[in-house]
Ligand binder design. Structure first.
Ligand code: DAH
Length: 601
């Protein structure tokens, strides 16, 4: 069975005669299939119509209409009797239909507005039903910041009052017109296409207004993105019923009466809307530039001179009422929050500087006091600075000790070599000599991030070092030892001291390893009669130091016959945790951003 759908050609047809083709029951519901109908069957995001089928001896009050492979089924409560073959009158509930039509056409208007603003947007679905959140779904991403522009374009389309064309076409005509099908549609049937103004037609089976100008105001409320899809939400406002009519019929003499009527009906609407709209929507509908109040203000211009005053007062009174209604949103919000004055206040959280940054500031201060300058050099540097300039020519095996990250690049500088993430702060030594044009005295402290291919409980790929360099005439190991002792006292406490042990580095000669006395047992190695469990020996090894190798001075353009220098360098993380008596099971905690840990420092 196939039912002819009359609303396809004319969405304004409210009633027709028809013949009953089938009658059935589903529980207490009666189902009727007709040869033709004016009622819209649910689909395409538009809800079903309601209405009545009236026979000679019976009446079906239709509450739902569904589409069953060509046959349209009217479902509802039957009073009396209806029979197959009987001629009946079919009438659609026009109020319901007209609202649905408004919402359906609105979807197409918003969609066209979006196509103007974001041409690549492809609509894939939509919900235009009453009581639901109206939206159109796009399989593309639309920028939420376009909302205002889409709103403007939507309003402009309504204001332009464009005709909405409906046309029945065959599949062949559709192909000829090159109309893209968003989804597969039956091949052998006539299809309906719709277009707004001269926009590209699209297949559509819903009911449509005659023109965009007939549309109620549309408010685009939100653009929500989810899983690569975009949902553009909108609402509609049924305008004050007689506004348009009044406008046409208005005679100058009656104008103040109309202002009164208009103000009254706006007020009545607002009293209702304040219960259902959000504060934003209320503001947009009534108080915004294109809202109902400003519409009324426009009307004032047409009022005769004598009546201007009272009309103006009426308009002002409406303004106050609307503003007062808007304020109720705030007070409602306030009233709904019960404030218990006896609850203790919430102390605002005050953050603090990260422990490693604290240590860096402190170290800088300690060295600045004795005439050092903190410098900063690149953390991504030519390998010449951390290696070649430090007496480690290319392919020198000592380089392997610093598990260095190389920057991937085809370019290799003929002298400076490749780019690396600096594996130690010693790259700053020759850079500082160059900065000072190879002219001592040099007293630098270089603090920076360093990077090595290492990650376990005692190492992180990124860590911090500080590097000292002093070059001048007559600099000896005593200066080195004195400087390190000064640091030990300032950083670890007045009893702290240092010790140096012979070692080997390429860039110093002689070279030392530096130990600091343990701050937990004051360097005694004993705690309460037992071995100090923190250091076991009274000392902690922290880093390296030595007298600057002549080749390094030469690399920096300084004459090693005239000048000597010392250098030292070690990790900030270790220096800091030793002072706090911290044995971190996992050094990575420092960079975890775990507030429970960080708040302790
Ligand atoms: N740069 C070395 C490292 O990272 C530490 C070091 C040792 C720095 C001796 C120095 C030094 O300045 O003289 O292992």
């Amino acid at each position: 069975m196939h039912t002819t759908v009359l609303y396809m050609k004319d969405s304004y047809l409210r009633a027709t005669s028809a013949t009953i083709a089938e009658i059935g029951t589903e529980g207490s519901t009666t189902t009727v299939v007709l040869d033709q109908t004016v009622m819209y069957a649910q689909g395409g995001g538009q809800p079903s119509d309601r209405g009545m089928i009236r026979g000679k001896n019976g009446l079906l009050s239709v509450s739902h209409v569904s589409y069953n492979g060509g046959a349209i089924k009217h479902l509802g409560k039957l009073t009396g009797e209806l029979h197959v073959g009987e001629t009946v009158e079919v009438e659609v509930d026009w109020n319901v239909r007209y609202r649905n039509m408004q919402m359906h056409t609105a979807g197409h208007i918003v969609d066209l507005a979006i196509k103007h603003v974001a041409p690549e947007a492809t609509a894939v679905d939509g919900v235009h039903g009453i009581g639901k959140k109206l939206h159109i779904e796009y399989s593309t991403l639309i920028e939420p910041r376009l909302l205002q522009t889409i709103q403007k374009e939507t309003t402009a389309l309504i204001e332009k009052n464009l005709p909405i064309h409906l046309e029945m076409v065959t599949r062949q005509q559709l192909d000829e017109k090159r109309i893209p099908l968003p989804f597969d549609l039956p091949k052998n049937k006539e299809l309906r296409i719709m277009s707004i103004g001269d926009s590209t037609p699209m297949p559509d089976g819903g009911t449509q207004l005659h023109t965009t100008g007939e549309s109620w105001p549309i408010i685009v409320t939100d653009i929500v993105r989810n899983n690569g899809h975009t949902f553009v939400q909108y609402t509609m406002q049924e305008p004050v019923k007689n506004v348009l009519k009044q406008k046409d019929e208005r005679a100058m003499s009656e104008s103040s009466l109309n202002i009164d009527d208009l103000a009254q009906s706006i007020e009545r609407e607002a009293q209702h809307d304040v219960k259902v709209l959000s504060a934003d929507q209320f503001q947009t509908t009534y108080l915004a530039k294109k809202g109902k109040l400003s519409h009324l203000m426009d009307e004032l211009k047409t009022v005769s001179l004598e009546e201007k005053k009272s009309a103006g007062q009426r308009a002002n009174a409406l303004k106050h009422t609307l503003e007062a209604l808007l304020l109720t949103y705030d007070s409602q919000k306030k009233n709904s929050e019960v404030i218990d004055m006896t609850i203790p206040g919430i102390q605002p959280k005050v953050g603090h500087v990260h422990p490693i940054s604290q240590a860096m500031h402190e170290i800088t201060r300690i060295f600045e006091k004795i005439g050092f300058i903190r410098v900063r050099y690149p953390e991504v540097d030519w390998e010449w600075y951390p290696f070649d300039s430090l007496n480690m020519p290319k392919d020198h095996p000592a380089r392997d000790e610093w598990e260095t990250f190389l920057v991937q690049s085809d370019y290799v500088h003929p002298i400076l070599g490749k780019m690396v993430l600096t594996p130690h702060t010693s790259n700053g030594q020759v850079r500082e000599m160059q900065r000072l044009h190879s002219t001592p005295p040099i007293r630098m402290i270089n603090i920076a991030r360093c990077y090595r291919r290492q990650a376990d409980v005692t190492h992180t790929e990124m860590f911090h070092q500080f590097e000292g360099l002093v070059v001048d005439k007559g600099i000896t190991i005593q200066h080195l030892k004195g400087t390190i002792d000064h640091f030990a006292r300032e950083f670890y406490g007045p009893h702290a001291t240092s010790r140096i042990r012979p070692f080997h580095f390429q860039f110093t000669e002689p070279s030392f390893e530096v130990d600091f006395s343990c701050s937990i047992c004051d360097g005694t190695g004993k705690l309460n009669g037992d071995k100090c469990r923190f250091c076991k020996s009274g000392w902690h090894e922290v880093g390296g130091a030595g007298m600057v190798h002549p080749n390094v001075l030469k690399a920096g353009g300084i004459d090693p016959e005239q000048y000597t220098g010392f250098a030292f360098g070690w990790g900030i993380e270790r220096t800091y945790t030793l002072r706090e008596g911290l044995k971190l099971d996992d050094i990575r905690l420092l960079y975890s951003g775990d507030m429970r840990f960080l708040e302790q420092f």
